[in-house]
Design a protein around this ligand. Sequence first.
Ligand SMILES: [Zn+2]
Length: 148
Amino acid sequence: MLITPHLLAGVVIAKGIPEAVPAAIAAVTSHFVLDSIPHWDYIGKPMPTLTNIILTVADGLLAFGLWWWLVPTELRWYGLLIGGFAVLPDFLIAPKYLWPKWITLPIVKQFNHWHTAVLQYACEPKTWVIGLLPQVVLVAFLIYFLRG
Ligand SMILES: [Zn+2]
């Protein structure tokens, strides 16, 4: 999924779990649960094209903007920490875009295959718009929980 649903899911977890270790474990787990929902998080092929780079930058700005706007001051940095754990699995794979050999390394190779080919690409919706829809709905629910 995009950065925004992952980060906001982590912030919602932080709001409900004040202890950092269980919250971090729940946040990392939430990443894989959300990634298993059929979705698209790129346009065209899953490559770092200009369109996908713009999408990722806009998504990151939206995620941080919503985090700043929605999270109360007393929870802000803890929420960002736990939200970071919710996004962490994607950051573990991201070096492949700068150094393709990264995903040939032991453990990283198996993790990347499971995280992308098995968990995400095996059940992609037919179109990008439909792939975006569950993420929009999820973000709306997460905003509801953060504002409540
Ligand atoms: Zn992911």
